[in-house]
Write a new protein. Structure first.
Length: 557
């Protein structure tokens, strides 16, 4: 009898978990600011829009960049100002064929009480603007004279002096891959890395990989930097590498330890024979880090969803084959998370096999870990999209509950599709969050992407076809969709939320969500916040300016 009752209860719970009832209204198209131009087309494909109140009237504007940097009126989509990258509103506005592969970052970097806008670009250019679109003193600049594309951008006061620094990661196979600038464009002492630091082991940074936050509660910012190598760099604010636990044999710093899948061999610290299961490792090529207190005990962990590769023998051509993705959780001393109740040292959950890893077939994705307590149990889950075409939701017990994972790929359709980094918000004010993301198809498919809204159990609430192209016009690759994370906020001052999506060719697309009130938004944009820190507890310094922006104040964790 007890077994029968237990089975009935379990069945009832499963039924509730898999039966979607939504008080979330279907999003309604609001406006589109087309992005397709022969010279502009897809150079904002990985750029998450920034929603920020530039004129302090209590209503957010939308900032976006491709071959141009532009500010739009949130209510109407009208252009407030725009100019070609490399210019500002006071220059001749010359087209320079400079694109944008990073998120736009926003903070009050110079303590003037207003938001500043920072962008970084495909030719190494770093720009900082005031709210009116004019260059700040010291900008534009090419740090170190480098012309390599910038792929990662953050803003954070790493040295706790009240002024915010600009953190730049270059997407180039070069050991010198990160630099930190002051608000006036000058390079901070101890940077760039890694030339002055013999303990670093780094290569190119090919996505928004860098996470920054006060991991060890010392009042300063620490940086976690996955790059195109089988090791992960971690730095104090002054460029000194973070030490690791003594369990790692003779390895003393984060960049010394190989990212083996097998924790035993990570601790041993010497080379594992090629072509064995124990030699499988992950690289940080497009696998960003996130800083989060995963179990609510006051200590911060580092989460990386890494693509695990085999290590074939005599691999002189560096042709590694991706097997699957796995979430890894680290303590600040590089040991793997294990608090007794939850052991993340071994038997980690994994995704399915990649649909493809070829950049010739489809635009590559970036597995940004979104670390949020979506079921209100006090522990955070790890939401991430992976190369199997699915959005996964890993719990601390290593399971996926409800209907997770959710696939944007349909074997019946036969078109490879990937999903963006999700955002998380309570859209219907019921104290339960929803998960929002977009998708895109493979090249030459003549198909577009979709906007998805899921409940926290992984049930699909809404699926909406995104506009295909700018008035139907796309480039020669014949596809469209949303690669970057959407952003959520009230951009028209009506007290209700909008979803803002940046597409490859269709440009900026905005949807109203009728009845969705501004409230709990634990992850409202790409990399958690508009400073793009990847730190779940970060609150922007803009909450201290007059008429504070409510979408920043209401970040929660």
């Amino acid at each position: 009898m007890k077994k029968y009752v237990s089975a009935l209860v379990c069945f009832s719970i499963l039924l509730l978990a898999t039966t979607a009832y939504s008080a979330v209204s279907r999003p309604v198209f609001k406006w589109q600011k087309g992005g397709y131009r022969q010279v502009e087309f897809n150079k904002a494909m990985y750029t998450s829009p920034a929603l920020i109140d530039l004129d302090m009237d209590g209503v957010a504007e939308v900032i976006w960049a491709n071959f141009k940097v532009a500010a739009f009126d949130g209510a109407t989509g009208n252009t407030i100002w725009s100019f070609w990258v490399g210019n500002d509103r006071n220059t001749s506005n010359t087209y320079m064929a400079i694109g944008t592969d990073t998120n736009i970052a926003v903070a009050d970097i110079n303590k003037d009480g207003f938001a500043e806008i920072v962008t970084a670009h495909t030719n190494g250019l770093v720009c900082a603007y005031d709210r009116n679109g004019n260059f700040l003193p010291g900008f534009p600049t090419k740090p170190m004279g480098r012309t390599d594309p910038v792929e990662s951008l953050n803003i954070y006061d790493i040295d706790n002096d009240g002024y915010y620094e600009i953190i730049v990661g270059w997407g180039k196979a070069n050991n010198l891959n990160i630099v930190i600038l002051s608000f006036d464009g000058k390079i901070k002492p101890g940077w760039p890395q890694f030339v002055s630091n013999p303990n670093a082991n780094a290569l190119g940074i090919y996505g928004p990989n860098i996470a920054v936050g006060d991991i060890n509660h010392d009042g300063y910012g620490e940086l976690i930097v996955p790059s195109d190598t089988g090791k992960t760099c971690a730095y104090f604010y002054n460029g000194v590498t973070l030490p690791v636990n003594s369990v790692f044999n003779n390895n003393t710093r984060w960049p010394d330890v190989v990212n083996y899948e097998n924790y035993v061999y990570e601790k041993i610290g010497w080379h594992v024979p090629d072509n064995s299961l124990d030699s499988q490792f992950y690289m940080g090529t497009d696998f960003p880090a996130t800083i989060a207190d995963v179990n609510g005990d006051g200590s911060y962990e580092i989460v990386i969803v890494g693509g695990v590769y085999n290590n074939p023998p005599n691999n002189t051509n560096y042709i590694y084959q991706a097997q699957y993705s796995k979430p890894f959780i680290y303590n600040v001393d590089r040991t793997r998370f294990n608090n007794g109740s939850y052991n993340w040292e071994s038997d980690l959950p994994k995704s399915g096999s990649p649909l493809t890893n070829s950049w010739r077939a489809i635009s590559l994705k970036r597995s940004n870990p979104v670390v949020v307590d979506i079921d209100s149990d006090g522990n955070k889950e790890i939401l991430t999209s992976t190369y199997d075409g699915k959005v996964h939701c890993f719990r601390l017990d290593k399971t996926e509950h409800g209907r997770w994972p959710f696939s944007v790929y349909s074997q019946t359709e036969g078109t490879i599709r990937f999903a963006s980094e999700p955002v998380v918000a309570d859209l219907d004010n019921d104290s339960k969050v929803e998960i929002i993301f977009t998708s895109w198809p493979q090249y030459y498919s003549n198909k577009g992407g979709h906007l998805f809204i899921m409940d926290n159990w992984g049930n699909l609430l809404h699926k909406i076809a995104l506009p295909y192209g700018d008035n139907g016009h796309v480039g020669s690759l014949n596809y469209d969709g949303g690669l970057a994370s959407p952003s959520i906020g009230d951009i028209d001052g009506d007290g209700e939320l909008e979803i803002v999506v940046g597409e490859v060719y269709a440009g900026l697309v905005v949807y109203d969500v009728p009845g969705a009130k501004v409230g709990k938004m634990p992850w409202p944009t790409g990399r958690h916040d508009y400073s793009r820190t990847g730190w779940t507890d970060y609150i922007s310094n803009l909450d201290r300016v007059p008429s504070p922006a409510p979408w920043i104040l209401l970040l929660s964790h």
